[in-house]
Design a protein around this ligand. Structure first.
Ligand code: 4NP
Length: 172
């Protein structure tokens, strides 16, 4: 872990494919919950996609609608693409599914950078072997976005609860 004086102690990136559905939802929910827990200055959260198709665009309107309905603010998001230099600026890169994991791991330049890549739902207490991805809701109906929100909220709660220990774990 690297930390600048007065900066956040842990820098987390959440990554999906397009950075308009799953990872922006995770970003907004995690930031909201960290803020509620008084940890907004301790943990910094960013999000990105492995693809570049939507760079600069706001969140998918279906993702934004579900967030708004549940009391979150989706308005500030603009899509970005993850690149190897994200390893310079982040302690943990949490991916939504296996394909995202492989794509981000392939960007790592050293074994230490590869160690920073983990699956987002590895923190989900309800995840199990064979059920540890956040499914892509892009091609489905609105129900898929509610499913993503529930997974993201549950996992974000676990990350917030683990946050003090996480900073120590990552610094080792
Ligand atoms: P996301 O969903 O990875 O959760 O943002 C997708 C968004 C866009 C596309 C695929 C998935 N797309 O093919 O453009």
């Amino acid at each position: 872990m690297t930390s600048t004086c007065g900066g956040p102690q842990l820098r987390v990136a959440v990554v999906c494919l397009g950075n308009i559905c799953r990872s922006p939802m995770a970003d907004v929910v995690l930031e909201h919950k960290l803020d509620e827990a008084g940890l907004a200055d301790t943990v910094h959260v960013d999000s990105a996609g492995t693809g570049d198709w939507h760079r600069g665009e706001p969140m998918d309107p279906r993702a934004a609608a579900v967030l708004t309905e549940h009391g979150y603010d989706p308005s500030r998001h603009r899509a970005r693409q993850v690149t190897a230099d994200w390893f310079d600026d982040h302690d943990l890169i949490l991916t939504m599914d296996d394909a995202n994991f492989d794509d981000v791991a392939a960007l790592a330049r050293t074994p230490q950078e590869r160690e920073k890549v983990r699956k987002f739902r590895s923190y989900d207490p309800a995840a199990s072997l064979g059920d540890d991805e956040v499914p892509d809701p892009w091609y489905g109906g609105p129900d898929g976005f509610v499913t993503v929100l529930r997974m993201v909220e549950r996992t974000a709660d676990a990350i917030v609860a683990a946050a003090p220990g996480l900073t120590e774990e990552v610094s080792r």
